[in-house]
Every structure is written in structure tokens, then in C-alpha cells.
Design a protein around this ligand. Structure first.
Ligand code: UGA
Length: 444
């Protein structure tokens, strides 16, 4: 148990907020999570996760049982908390690259009614650089003595609990004055047990803290597009991108992580973050600095088109009337998130080109059906692949990596597999009589 318990409110109980709220309670703090969505609040209060995330439901149950965690739709319940985390979304705007800040601004404005002097508002959402300074002015002008800090979050879906409780680093963006010292001391109290483990800490200004997050995601996106660009070249030359990644990855200045070539990145973060970053750079007159990110985005989107082309190629040049099984709909394994999912995007394109597409996923079928009701869904890979002309593995769930190619071969019409994530054992599949194709690799 930790000596000091801080009273905390968490505004926004989506992915980030719900995990953050439960994690703060796990650290010993008294936490109220607030969200406008009644259903979400009810579900969380009953220890039911509104999204798929390994380990989260257990954490939720455990922390609710301590009595230190509760959820509410009433903003007034944030009154009396010392630290208020803003964890709302910053989606891409409808028809432009920029981030939509209406939720962050709305949450901060709603907090103004409940803040007391000395309270700390902590932004965790990913925002365009300059947002924190603007919100800090708003907070201190409306509630003298209230302070704002920016403390970006780096959690990955699928590892959200671990990433929140055991982050690689803590980043604080604070003002350079006595308020900043107060903010820092409060955050240190909140994260005392994380800091005790020797977690690196970067204490800096608002703009740097905001940029750390977008820079990190831009770097990760660039790394993925780099290897996917190499995959394009491998396809042109007959080289093998997987071995190439292994070989360059042994240089620890490069590192093997995030060098998995395939369908590329999707999800609620990387794609929209690089676009918002470009938009913000443009506003600041520094767009040239980030023109390379446009290429990162282009390379990424090209992989999806290439996948559809490859499917057409293996289906003897036409997709019309061909039965195609799509294994995987989530933007990555261990998630039910389909935001900007490369897999679903490919499935939809295949259907538009005349294929009879059946999609399956261990966790994301329900979400997919809501977004793409026009696609056909199946509960299992076997069902999806019944009499299929081609099988596409587009999200590398463990279940799909562990499929027995011999048994699976019995359900399809044609033993053609396209490995969109370089996740299958090529030799095992070819040995079982499959024709194996992958992005950036020779035929099997
Ligand atoms: C990403 C970052 O990794 C987190 O650090 C960050 O906190 C988060 O965004 C955020 O901004 O909130 P996440 O979107 O959960 O996390 O997923 P990643 O694990 O980064 O994967 C993103 C996409 O890249 C997935 O579609 C994945 O399939 C793809 N990917 C990843 C590759 O295509 N190749 C790789 O080698 C790695």
C-alpha cells in the first residue's frame, strides 16, 4: 500500500480513460471516472469492459471491489478531486487532416465549474502542439490558482494495462514557474509507485510534452512504412523482406521491433496522428519538415491496394464471383478495434471488385458488422473458408498463426493462402499443398 492516496477524476472513459482510471485505483488512489455515455458508465460500474483488452476486466473487478474506483455520468462528481485527468478522444476531422479538439475543449470547459484553486488538470489526450498552452490560459483565467499539466499516454491496445502500470517513461509538460513545481509534485505523488521502480522521467514544457507523443507515433509509423517500402522493392527484385528485417534488425541501432512488413498500420492512433501532425506543421509554417510523413502515409495505403491486386492475381485475374475468406478484421491482434483497419478496408475493396467475401475475427465481428453491414461474417476460419477460392490472413491472431494447414486445406476449394502479415509458417503451408503468397516475399 502507498502512503499517500490522491483524489482523482478521470474525464472520458474510452480506451485510455477507463484503463487509466482503473490503473490509478490500482496504485492506491481514490478515483472517479466520468463519461457522458450512460451505457459505458453502467457497464464499467458492473466490472464489464466495453471493449476487448486482455487483463482489463480483471483489473476493473479488482479495483471496483476495493471501493476506491467508481464511474459516473455526472461532471459534478469531479468536484473535490485534486487531480483531473482529461482522457477524451481527438479524432481526425471529417474532411481534413487536422485533429478535432471539440472533446478536449468541451471536457476542459466542463471542468471549470468544479475546479478549486490548487487543483491540477492533466491532459493525456494526443493533441496538436500548442493546445496545452491555450487550455492552461483558459483554466487559470477562469479558476485562479488552478494549474494545467500535459502528461501524454503511450499505451498500446492489447497491452494497455501493462503499459499504464509499467510505462517506459513518464513525461510531464509543466509551466516554468512555481505552479509548475506544484504540478510536478502532485504528479510525482500520483505516480509514486511507478517512479519507485526507476521509471525514466522527462520534465519539460508543454510544447515538448505534446510533441513527444506525436513524434513517437510518427517514428513508429515511419519504421513500419520503411520496411513496407523495402517490401515493395523485394517484390520487384525477388528478395525476402522478412530476412531483410531480421538482418538489419540485429543492428541494435535499428532494432527488429516494428519492422514487420505486411498490410501496414491502422487503428485509432498512428494514421490520424501523422495526419494531424502534418496539418499542425502546416499551420505553423513548417510543413516542409513533415512532408516525408505524407510518403509514410502513401506507402502504408499502397499496401492495401497491393493486397487486393495480389488476391486478384491468384484468383486467375478476376475477383468477380470468387469466394474469398478474410481472416482478421481488427486493426491488430488482441483487439476488437476496427478503426482504420487495413483488414476491413481490404475486405471491402475485394467485395467492391465482385468477390464473395466472408470475414471472420475472434473479437471484432460485432464491431465490423456495425460498420460494414454489407459484408458477410463467419464465426470461425473454417466457416469463412468453406469452398473458398482464396484465403487471406489480414490480422495475425494467434489462432490463425496456429491453424493446421493440412486440416484447413480440406474446407477450401482452392488451397491458395495470402499472408498479409507475414505471420504464417510458409514451409508448413506449402508442404500441406498450399500455394503461399505474401507481401514482400517469394512465392511458396
Ligand atoms: C500506438 C503506439 O504503438 C502506442 O505507443 C501509442 O500510445 C498509441 O498508438 C496511441 O497513440 O495511443 P496502437 O495503435 O495500439 O498503439 O497499436 P500498435 O501496436 O502501435 O500498432 C499499430 C499498427 O501498426 C497496427 O495496425 C499494426 O498491425 C501495425 N504494425 C505494427 C505493423 O504493420 N508492423 C509492425 O511491425 C508493427
Amino acid at each position: 500500500e502507498w502512503s499517500t492516496s490522491v483524489k482523482i477524476s478521470v474525464i472520458g472513459c474510452g480506451y485510455l480513460g477507463a484503463v487509466h482510471a482503473a490503473s490509478m485505483a490500482e496504485l492506491g488512489h481514490e478515483v472517479v471516472g466520468i463519461d457522458v455515455d450512460q451505457d459505458k458508465v453502467e457497464s464499467l460500474s458492473q466490472a464489464k469492459a466495453p471493449f476487448y483488452e486482455p487483463g482489463f476486466e480483471e483489473l476493473l473487478g479488482r479495483t471496483l471491489a476495493t471501493g476506491r474506483l467508481r464511474f459516473s455520468t455526472d461532471f459534478g462528481d469531479a468536484r473535490g478531486s485534486k487531480v483531473h485527468f482529461v482522457c477524451v478522444g481527438t479524432p481526425q476531422k471529417r474532411s481534413e487532416y487536422a485533429a478535432d479538439l471539440r472533446f478536449v475543449e468541451g471536457a476542459t470547459e466542463s471542468l471549470l465549474d468544479v475546479l478549486a484553486p490548487g487543483d491540477l488538470v492533466v491532459g493525456k489526450s494526443t493533441v496538436p502542439v500548442g493546445t496545452a498552452a491555450r487550455l492552461a490560459d483558459l483554466v487559470s483565467s477562469k479558476v485562479p490558482g488552478a494549474i494545467l499539466a500535459w502528461n501524454p499516454e503511450f499505451l498500446r491496445e492489447g497491452f494497455a494495462v501493462q503499459d499504464t502500470l509499467e510505462p517506459d517513461r513518464l513525461v510531464y509538460g509543466i509551466p516554468d514557474d512555481v505552479d509548475g513545481e506544484t504540478a510536478r509534485a502532485l504528479l510525482d505523488e500520483v505516480y509514486a509507485s511507478i517512479r519507485e521502480r526507476g521509471t525514466p522521467q522527462v520534465v519539460t514544457d508543454y510544447a515538448t510534452a505534446e510533441m513527444v507523443k506525436t513524434a513517437a507515433n510518427s517514428f513508429l509509423a515511419t519504421k513500419i512504412s520503411f520496411i513496407n517500402a523495402m517490401a515493395e522493392l523485394c517484390e520487384a527484385t525477388g528478395a525476402d523482406v522478412k530476412q531483410l528485417a531480421d538482418a538489419i534488425g540485429y543492428d541494435d541501432r535499428i532494432g527488429r521491433k516494428f519492422l514487420n512488413a505486411g498490410l501496414g498500420f491502422g487503428g485509432g492512433c498512428l494514421p490520424k496522428d501523422i495526419r494531424a501532425f502534418m496539418a499542425r506543421a502546416g499551420e505553423l509554417g513548417a510543413d516542409q519538415a513533415l512532408t516525408f510523413l505524407r510518403e509514410v502515409d502513401n506507402i502504408n495505403m499502397r499496401r492495401r491496394i497491393r493486397m487486393v491486386d495480389l488476391a486478384r492475381e491468384v484468383c486467375d485475374g478476376s475477383l468477380v464471383g470468387k469466394r474469398v475468406a478474410v481472416l482478421g478484421a481488427a486493426f491488430k491482434p488482441d483487439s476488437d478495434d476496427i478503426r482504420d483497419s487495413p483488414a476491413l478496408n481490404v475486405a471491402a475493396q475485394l467485395q467492391l471488385q465482385g468477390a464473395v467475401v466472408r470475414v471472420t475475427d475472434p473479437a471484432a465481428v460485432e464491431n465490423s458488422r456495425r460498420l460494414w453491414p454489407q459484408l458477410d461474417y463467419a464465426a470461425t476460419p473454417e466457416e469463412a473458408a468453406e469452398r473458398a477460392d482464396a484465403v487471406l490472413v489480414l490480422t495475425e491472431w494467434k489462432q490463425y498463426r496456429e491453424l493446421d494447414p493440412a486440416a484447413f486445406g480440406k474446407v477450401v476449394k482452392q488451397k491458395r493462402v495470402l499472408d498479409g502479415r507475414n505471420a504464417l509458417d510458409r514451409d508448413a503451408w506449402t508442404a500441406a499443398g498450399w500455394s503461399y503468397r505474401a507481401l514482400g516475399r517469394r512465392h511458396g
